[in-house]
Ligand binder design. Structure first.
Ligand code: A3P
Length: 276
């Protein structure tokens, strides 16, 4: 096995370096950010940072500087595009302004999914993490519906994250609309290639992720990836969890709650989604 230093030496001799990302997936948590990143990784000119860097949102990391950030990036050729994803950036108070300062012509990608489904997915993740640690679990309805008012509880963080309009306002304050590509997360599940093609175009890359790079895995119930050398790979068991059954009355209440925010979002981004 080649040791780490020898590997770096070899990559450098081949003309590769660790470059800062030109493209950042800024969120949204539970909308398919990992799937998006891994499908994009099938493209020969895309290099991905596997870890979520939490650079622009986390003061401690940010203070380590761009050099630290760069040293955590993958090796790439000068003509490649490096992509990093940290879903927390989307809701961060500082990330948008810092990314603009970092690279005012950066390309940003945000992925949205039906906001109600996103809350249920978010709840399911937190719920299962708690189960694993034997912690007590709140019922979905107790978190989402305020006991006092009977209305959707905006004090619950998962509810606020799905109010995409609010967060998006901040990004459009610092970036031009055409610097941000919006991915349809619901469609990414059913038709990943269609969404990936749009991202390739946005990044100015040729459409090189093809039918042969994706296949539907019956056992997983999701599309998985197949590299050009025929290596197959699905996302881990923590992606695509079974959601608990939620009372349809609550789902209806949530859909109604999100409708005006969605409408404003669609107007703001000039793009519509078939949510509800
Ligand atoms: P669920 O687990 O609620 O189904 P993120 O990576 O941002 O945390 O998003 C996780 C979500 O990605 C999953 O939510 C799942 O629905 C979605 N997803 C989209 N494409 C997927 C794929 N090919 N394999 C697994 N999950 C996928």
């Amino acid at each position: 096995l080649e040791d780490q230093e020898a590997k770096i030496e070899r990559l450098r001799s081949e003309g590769m370096e660790q470059g800062l990302p030109q493209c950042i997936i800024i969120g949204v948590r539970k909308c398919g950010t990992r799937a998006l990143l891994e499908f994009l990784d099938l493209h020969p000119q895309i290099r991905i940072a596997d870890m979520e860097m939490h650079f622009f949102n986390n003061d401690e990391n940010y203070e380590k500087g761009y050099d630290w950030y760069r040293k955590n990036m993958p090796f790439s050729f000068p003509s490649d595009i490096t992509i990093e994803k940290t879903p927390r950036y989307f809701i961060s108070e500082s990330a948008a302004e810092r990314i603009r300062k970092f690279n005012s012509s950066a390309k940003l990608i945000v992925i949205f999914r039906n906001p109600t489904t996103r809350v249920i997915s978010d709840y399911t993740q937190v719920y299962q993490n708690k189960l694993e640690r034997n912690k007590s679990i709140d019922r979905f309805e107790d978190l989402v519906i305020s006991e006092r008012t009977g209305r959707v509880n905006t004090g619950y963080k998962a509810v606020r994250i799905s109010m995409y309009y609010y967060h998006m306002t901040k990004w459009l304050h610092f970036f031009e609309r055409d610097q941000i590509h919006v991915v349809n997360g619901d469609n990414l599940i059913d038709n990943p290639l269609e969404e990936i093609r749009k991202v390739e175009t946005f990044l100015g890359l040729p459409n090189l992720v093809t039918e042969s790079n994706v296949y539907f895995n019956e056992t997983r119930g999701f599309f998985c990836m197949q590299s050009d050398d025929k290596q197959q790979h699905c996302l881990g068991a923590k992606k695509g969890r079974k959601h608990p059954a939620i009372d349809p009355i609550i789902v209806k209440k949530m859909n109604k709650f999100y409708r005006p925010y969605n409408k404003k979002l669609f107007q703001m981004i000039g793009q519509k989604f078939d949510w509800d």
